[in-house]
Design a protein around this ligand. Structure first.
Ligand code: IMP
Length: 214
């Protein structure tokens, strides 16, 4: 496992919600982070069929373009009743014909798909959020970290915090959705703290323990 000595890295993302969350997580550790969006890097095509492949594509593109270590996140919602969909295609379900993203529409699509399967009881609506973080160096070396959080898809959507599908995801053991939690509650992570809640915070914890010795 390669350690990260630099305190400067690129957040290899064009997604404002993710960039904010990754900054929340790395900020307390003293990192300076520019995002691929700030640097006007072209968004690479996510041609992989796994979270790991897509995270690697994004991190390597930013590391090579910047000459700095780059941290990417590939994530999504995997719903058991839909055989793991939308999975790696979670962002695509929100895409409109003009290329813009509409998550209210995406959440409706998920609900329609669940209704078609007759998945109306809480037990039949189990799901997990998955986040795979990839730290890539300009020489092509990569480290991967996966975090998952189990929960269920609720309807109607609740809460306006966070981003993406947060209002329809309720983690196990909570009666609030990610959309109803503050950022601190959703991450459930502080440097040196043993616990983490969100998929991204869980992957981040592995990254920090492995590459930073945090
Ligand atoms: P990608 O990793 O850029 O391909 O997109 C992942 C998609 O999954 C995002 O656009 C979000 O819609 C969704 N997603 C990932 N993580 C979260 C989260 O923490 N909350 C809500 N939606 C998320």
């Amino acid at each position: 496992m390669r350690k990260l000595d630099d305190k400067t890295l690129v957040v290899a993302s064009h997604n404002a919600g993710k960039i904010r969350e990754i900054r929340d997580l790395i900020g307390p550790l003293g990192f300076e982070a520019k995002s691929a969006a700030d640097l006007n890097f072209v968004e690479p095509e996510e041609t992989g069929t796994t979270f790991e492949e897509n995270a690697t594509i994004k991190a390597l593109a930013s590391a090579r373009a910047s000459g700095l270590p780059a941290l990417s996140d590939d994530s999504g919602l995997a719903i058991d009743a839909l055989d793991g969909a939308p999975g790696v295609y979670t962002a695509n379900w929100a895409e409109r014909e003009d290329g813009s993203r509409d998550f209210a529409m995406a959440m409706e699509k998920v609900e329609m798909a669940l209704k078609e399967k007759g998945a109306v009881t809480p037990e039949s609506r189990t799901a997990r959020f998955v986040s795979v973080l990839c730290l890539a160096w300009p020489d092509g070396h990569v480290e991967l970290f996966r975090g998952e959080v189990e929960g269920q898809v609720v309807w109607p959507p609740r809460g306006t915090s966070g981003f993406g599908y947060d209002p329809v995801f309720q983690p196990n053991g909570y009666d609030t959705t990610f959309g109803e939690m503050t950022a601190e509650e959703k991450h459930g992570w502080k440097p040196g703290d043993a616990s983490a809640l969100s998929h991204r915070a869980r992957a981040f914890k592995l990254f920090a323990e492995t590459c930073l010795g945090a």
